[in-house]
Write a protein that binds this ligand. Structure first.
Ligand code: ZN
Length: 173
């Protein structure tokens, strides 16, 4: 899912737990719930518009990504002071998979190309990616969902998550 969707869930969870003040329990719960929400939100990625490759010649793809990226940056700027922790932990699974694991793989490839060309050899931390777990969960429990990764209508479930988080905040505050 898009960063803004995880940001919204992180902000929502932070506000939800505000009555706990700045106790360690609140930070612990924010961490656990944000990682869980990242898992569940990504599990729904199948019903959202998410073409695997960039489609620069597709006006819809470009427009949607402009909205999402501007929205993500605006959301980060507006809320980062108050909800930095929740927003950060809501992105931990992506930082772990795309940043750390892929980063180490790229580093290894660069410094030892011969090893990486060996297709039989397991990649660094193969099978230990957060999103591999998400994929397995989705296949096991959500296989009935339609695949909207290439359908424009797939932006609606993502927008629905934003609205749910915003309404949730309005409702509890
Ligand atoms: Zn993710």
């Amino acid at each position: 899912m898009q960063a803004i969707t995880h940001f919204f869930s992180g902000i929502f969870i932070s506000i939800l737990l505000e009555p706990l003040g700045t106790t360690w329990l609140r930070f612990l719960l924010i961490t656990g719930l944000c990682i869980l929400s990242h898992f569940l939100i990504d599990a729904l990625a199948k019903i959202t518009y998410h073409p695997a490759d960039a489609k620069w010649d597709d006006a819809f793809w470009v427009s949607w990504h402009v909205i999402v990226y501007i929205g993500s940056v605006a959301c980060a700027i507006i809320f980062i002071r108050s909800y930095f922790f929740g927003m950060l932990v809501s992105m931990i699974p992506d930082i772990y998979d795309w940043g750390i694991i892929r980063g180490v793989r790229a580093y290894k490839r660069k410094h030892n190309p011969a090893v990486e060309q060996d297709q039989e050899k397991k990649q660094f931390m193969e099978g230990w990616e957060f999103h591999v777990l998400v994929d397995k969960f989705r296949e096991r429990f959500l296989s009935f969902l339609p695949d909207l990764n290439h359908e424009a209508v797939g932006i609606l479930p993502e927008i629905a998550i934003w609205i749910t988080c915003i309404l949730g905040v309005v409702f509890i505050s």
